[in-house]
Design a protein around this ligand. Structure first.
Ligand SMILES: [Zn+2]
Length: 102
C-alpha cells in the first residue's frame, strides 16, 4: 500500500517558473542588472486563478519528478480515452482524423 502511494501518488500538476528579482538594497549587484535568483515557484490554475507556490531549492528534484509523474498519468488518460472511443464503437481503428467525413 505504501509502495503504491510512493510510486504513483506523488504527482504535481503545474509548471515551474524561475523568478529573478531585485532586493532593493543600495549598492547591491542586483541594482546593476544582476538580479537575485532563480527562485522557483510551481504555477498552476485553481478556479481560473493562477496560484504560485514557492519551491525550496532542496525540493526541486522531488517536485520535477512529481511533475513528470503527472504528465505520464495525463498521457495515459489521453491514450485510454482514444482507446475507449474504439471500445465504445464510436470510432473505428482505421479511421484517421484527416480522412474524416464529418
Ligand atoms: Zn540585491
Amino acid at each position: 500500500m505504501k509502495e503504491i502511494k510512493r510510486c504513483c501518488g506523488l504527482m504535481l500538476q503545474g509548471s515551474l517558473v524561475a523568478l529573478y528579482r531585485k532586493c532593493g538594497k543600495k549598492g547591491c549587484r542586483c541594482e546593476l542588472g544582476e538580479k537575485h535568483g532563480p527562485a522557483y515557484c510551481l504555477s498552476y490554475k485553481e478556479g481560473g486563478v493562477t496560484q504560485m507556490v514557492y519551491i525550496p531549492a532542496s525540493r526541486l528534484k522531488e517536485v520535477r519528478k512529481a511533475m513528470e509523474a503527472f504528465s505520464r498519468y495525463w498521457e495515459l488518460g489521453v491514450r485510454l480515452s482514444r482507446l475507449n472511443l474504439e471500445l465504445m464503437g464510436l470510432r473505428r481503428r482505421d479511421v484517421r482524423a484527416k480522412g474524416r467525413t464529418g
